[in-house]
Design a protein around this ligand. Sequence first.
Ligand code: F6P
Length: 562
Amino acid sequence: MEPSVSAPSSSSLTRRPQWQALQEHAREFGQCHLRELFAADPARGERLQVEAAGLYLDYSKQRVTDKTLRLLRELAGACGLQERIAAMFRGDRINTTEDRPVLHVALRAPAGARIDVDGRNVVPDVHAVLDRMATFSERVRDGSWTGHTGRRVRNVISIGIGGSDLGPVMAYEALRHYSRREMTFRFVSNVDGSDFAEATRDLDPAETLFIICSKTFTTLETLTNAQAARAWCLRALGDTAVDEGRVIAKHFVAVSTNAAEVQKFGIDTNRMFGFWDWVGGRYSMDSAIGLSTMLAIGEENFRAMLAGFHAMDEHFRSTSLQRNLPALMGLLAIWNANFLGAATVAVLPYEHYLKRFPAYLQQLTMESNGKHVSLDGARVDYATGPIYWGEPGTNGQHSFYQLIHQGTRLIPCDFIGFCRTLNPMPDPHGGDQHDLLMANLIAQSEALAFGKTAAEVKAEGTPAVLVPHRVFEGNRPSSTLLAERLDPHTLGALVALYEHCVFVQGVIWNIDSFDQWGVELGKALAQRTAAEIAGSNDPELGHDSSTNALIRRYRRLRETGA
Ligand code: F6P
């Protein structure tokens, strides 16, 4: 049957012959052990790999054969993956529930490129903002931008939440090696006042610059923290009306798409760095939302990061599915989630600087693909977005790896490692600590794939009663991403890889990976509850009995402590 490129309704995805062929294939082959796959094809580890934009992916330890990969590509063809990739890059309104194009790829397009939104080439707009960011960053970094009292800025605090925080925090931590060490960078996101209090307690307001990051500039947490920052600065730097304007002018800049709200807060739009509604919050770390990143690592490094993003974009846009790194990773995720029944993916960077990468990926993957209806609004009859989580190696090995090795659940792992360390550190045995780190990464994927049989355990002289406890079944799938070293270019490529991998999964599931309606209900209920909690008289409560009781208990204990 000819694959159709029209978007399927939810039930038509599972009725597609390509989907059913994969189900049949999973039934026949699904339990086949990685030991057998490697025995049948000893060169598998050299063959099942792909490389792009400085990233090498070894996917030979995934539970797939050439047939699995062919069937997955056929499914991708039937779901119109390549047409959907082209549609995204063209600026089609593929975020249908918000009627918006999805053009984070324009944020890293080179200056001469052309990408139209409603007939306007947006690439010059992107570069105009980048140039303004660069000028401002340089002034702060060289000390010519001073605070209200004339002192130079030594501390930068970025206030934002979700996509206006997780990317900047992750990038700052990831690229700390390249950062201006004499400056302090902090991030405040939580509406819990402890976050702000701890971020500011040892800083001098006269030397502190706040970046208020919010796409909408209406987000409760961010505006609450921005008001706290304003009060903190004014308390120290003067609070007459005249002072207020001057203090805000010197200590606050905004990053937003909403100029009117920025002005309402008191930040002049000439100190606002804009972006556009075609950039999703969780896809915005390479827009002006990354201003803290540029302040930390400088313009040149920031542009190198954009070049890394762009290199992966070009690879994704123009490479056949067979050698397309994000497409392959996305299709492997579909195989593991929908045909092998894995509910989660562990992301395990063996690079301490990437310690916030799993947290960043959680929003990217789960806000994007945590959807239960397809584009046409029908309830899906297949699993969508798996749960992404993780911790850097080797710390995780002494914590949750036990369950991955010997538990009853299937947890596919993405290992991420670098061949050169940024901090060479001789180990007592004459090598470098980095060799130990990487030995662990490589050993973990081997142990997960091949395990240890009962016969092997017995042969070691293990008492019979302990043999079952010491068996490793193996056949736990993993992919390994290797790059030469963590630098801005590589980080850009890595983030773009996961962005596109998420997109590929969303295309197969026929969901809108770019909206996030699921966050709305909780926000609305919190507003109502905040009003009920705020008043001094006991409010009339019309919730369920659990919610009513919690509100009453909170009010009582807050007030009396008894
Ligand atoms: O609540 C979810 C969300 O809308 C995210 O998608 C977004 O990244 C975050 O809130 C912050 O939004 P904003 O940048 O508009 O403050």
